[in-house]
Design a protein around this ligand. Structure first.
Ligand code: F6R
Length: 241
């Protein structure tokens, strides 16, 4: 694993933005796996800035987002759809038809998950997957469990995740309790993986990912078996290393 520790969140955003755009410069028709949450916001800001400077063109890029809450309107201010458009898609030139999300409001969620996997495969697989990490070691919404869940699936969110994410909602009761998420297998099939972790709250999970046992109790620990993982950490997230 390539572990990079930075002094400031701003520096991580710049480095991660270059990393993502570097992939697109190398391969204009790249397939990007994208995440929501606070960790990638500055990376998206820098990707927008490189686009506005004319340094990178996203017109041939395809994206797949990691996960989505169930039964939350796409227009809701807390939907991952709204997040991605506000923080990235509204500001760069990825064609609308190349943007993919799991539909957490699908009638048949199992079928939706299966067709998402088929779409990723048809697009040629993910070239680079951007990830945040939960304080409990989750990646996407693959929560700590007894076994790794391989492909996209429906998940009941853990109490700790609901609590962590309640900071975006009016109250903890408003946080959806279910989500649809790409699986561990879907993530592991990405050719390259970039994880951003900020703050001491993530330190324990990061330590486990880097030198702990590989266990579904810390889903991100599986990344030890991936051949191309880069972690961009601030000093807080790196504090137990
Ligand atoms: C979001 C996602 C989650 C977050 C994780 C960290 O699409 O898949 O796994 O990456 O919960 O969230 P932040 O970045 O808000 O700390």
């Amino acid at each position: 694993m390539n572990v990079l520790v930075f002094d400031t969140e701003e520096q991580i955003g710049i480095a991660a933005g270059y990393y993502m755009c570097g992939q697109v410069l190398q391969k204009p028709e790249s397939v990007l796996g994208l995440a929501t949450g606070s960790s990638p916001i500055r990376a998206y800001k820098h990707m927008i800035s490189l686009y506005k400077q004319g340094a990178v063109d996203f017109s041939k890029v395809t994206t797949f987002n990691l996960d989505k809450y169930c039964r939350l309107d796409v227009k809701d201010k807390n939907s991952y759809h709204t997040f991605m458009y506000e923080n990235l898609f509204n500001h760069i030139n990825i064609p609308e038809e190349n943007i993919n999300f799991l539909n957490g409001n699908a009638w048949d969620l199992e079928k939706e998950c299966k067709s998402y996997e088929d779409k990723i495969k048809a697009a040629g697989g993910i070239d680079i997957q951007l990830l945040g990490i939960g304080s409990n070691g989750h990646i996407a919404f693959n929560e700590p469990a007894n076994a790794f869940q391989r492909w996209s699936h429906v998940v009941n969110l853990k109490e700790s995740t609901i609590k962590d994410n309640s900071r975006f909602f009016d109250s903890v009761e408003d946080v959806p309790t279910q989500a649809v998420t790409m699986g561990i297998g879907s993530i592991m099939q990405a050719k390259r993986i970039l994880i951003i972790a900020l703050g001491e709250k993530k330190a324990k999970a990061i330590k486990q990912v880097i030198d702990g046992n590989v266990t579904p109790e810390c889903p991100a620990s599986i990344l030890q078996f991936h051949k191309d993982v880069t972690l961009m950490l601030d000093k807080g997230a790196a504090s137990l290393l």
